[in-house]
Design a protein. Sequence first.
Length: 269
Amino acid sequence: MIHELLTPLTIREGYQQLNGQRLWVRQILPGGAADGPWLVFLHDALGSVAQWKDFPQAVCRATGLPGLVYDRQGHGHSDPLSQERKKDYLHQEALEVLPALLDCLNIQAPVLVGHSDGGSIALIYAARHAVTALVAIAAHIYVESIGRKAMEEMVHLYESGQLKAQLAKYHGDKTDALFWAWADTWMQADFADWQISELLPAIQGAALIIQGKQDPYATDQHALDIAAGIGPHAQCRLIADCGHLPHKEKKEELLEMIVNFVQKTVSSH
């Protein structure tokens, strides 16, 4: 079990201007942190800084490394979406927005920790840019029928009002635009052939691929395929009795996996 160090954390948060848009950014700075890479947390398709809860702080405190968490455009406190979402939206986030944000903040060779869409963004980024390591939680590299069925259920839940009310707590009047940008993109017929498998062999940093065994959006094979595509420097961990949100459903188990992996990887650099 991971015992978090009793290290005080300094939290700095506010808006970062980027290409004419405001992104809400939170920096987590452990007191007396040693020199080391930044942990960069990338939320899921309907997520935000706030929806991570205190998980990023727990990882930063346990590793002693600084952390960056931010709301992508259309999420949380960041500016609303300003254009129709395109099929390559994950590539845009990974190859345009994220590099520009890290450059603004002078963050190099980060340890990426991405969940769901954020996991896919981490994989795409790491195929083109240097990373110290990456952790991809419930990421996707292709579209599975099981995932489309789960999305259909989410649409029904949203239309019933229950899910919308939950999301509105975090996204306010951006909620409808955010939800339908996600659902309409993934459910459209020409998105069925979306995949990023060919990028995986280019990833050079150590990689930890994590997925819940009861994840409704993907089969176990999906996570195994990601690790196999990256190569021998990737490991895959499947969490029993866990769905799509390991940082909420199995927080302590996930925390231990990530902290052990990060500490081992950083110490070897």
